[in-house]
Write a protein that binds this ligand. Structure first.
Ligand SMILES: C[S@@+](CC[C@H](N)C(=O)[O-])C[C@H]1O[C@@H](n2cnc3c(N)ncnc32)[C@H](O)[C@@H]1O
Length: 226
């Protein structure tokens, strides 16, 4: 979904704005990977999300010759993605046909607009996990001035989530802690238990490991922050 607020001609080809790893980790603090379930990432790019999924998870990526919107997939349990901005609604619609649970990183503004009013009546998300810190999708650390959330459509209520979560993610303390943690990541990924972890260090990015529950909502907090 990510795309700095630029004219179409200035945007990267195929809206290639990859998700910062901390935003994926913040999601997985609330919704850990379940090794018993089947996952798909329909536009995986370099694997910022995909590398956290169980080995062999289904994927698409137009730059690798797989157009998700034109490809038939077996039904799967959970789709997680950050879709291209210009095709966000199409991705959500197809994902809702392809999976029981759909989790997409989208702008908060995706909730707006009269154009989607009717669509929202038929497709309300079951949960929103708001990124309280705006993510940067570019190497220079700049944001596009938009708020983002992980939108969840859990059709069978298998995840038993609350409607709202407010996720803290990357901040100075947490990043420093993460850097110290990075030497230990080969010992196992904190978000994944009871299964094989891909021996690919990219998926083992460090993370804010602790979380606090306030008023029923889970908020990721950096270690040593109370
Ligand atoms: C916003 S980036 C996000 C990449 C990745 N999902 C992530 O979270 O880091 C969107 C990605 O969608 C891919 N893409 C665009 N249109 C696509 C399509 N029709 N089918 C599959 N991938 C597509 C782009 O090449 C790009 O890698």
């Amino acid at each position: 979904m990510a795309a700095p607020l630029k004219r179409k001609s200035e945007r990267r080809e195929y809206d290639t704005y990859e998700t910062p790893v901390w935003a994926v980790e913040a999601l997985l603090e609330v919704i850990p990977i379940d090794m018993k379930k089947k996952y798909m990432e329909p536009c995986r790019a370099s694997g910022r999300i995909y590398n956290f999924l169980p080995i062999g998870s289904a994927w698409g990526e137009i730059r690798q010759g797989v157009d998700y919107l034109a490809t038939e997939y077996n039904h799967t349990d959970i789709i997680i993605s950050n879709p291209p901005y210009s095709l966000a609604q199409e991705f959500v619609e197809k994902a809702l046909r392809d999976a029981d649970v759909v989790i997409m990183l989208l702008r908060l503004g995706f909730l707006e607009s009269m154009k989607r009013w009717e669509w929202w009546q038929d497709n309300p998300p079951t949960s929103l996990l708001v990124l309280s810190q705006r993510p940067s999708f570019t190497e220079d650390g700049k944001t596009d001035g938009s708020g983002y959330a992980w939108y969840v459509w859990d059709k069978k209520n298998t995840l038993n989530l609350k409607p709202f979560y407010f996720l803290r993610g990357k901040d100075g303390k947490c990043r420093q802690q993460n850097e110290r943690d990075s030497e230990q990541v080969e010992k196992g990924h904190p978000k994944i238990s009871g299964g094989t972890v891909r021996p690919d260090s990219k998926r083992d990015q460090p993370v804010c490991k602790e979380r606090s529950i306030w008023n029923g909502y889970v908020t990721t907090v950096p270690r040593g922050n109370g």
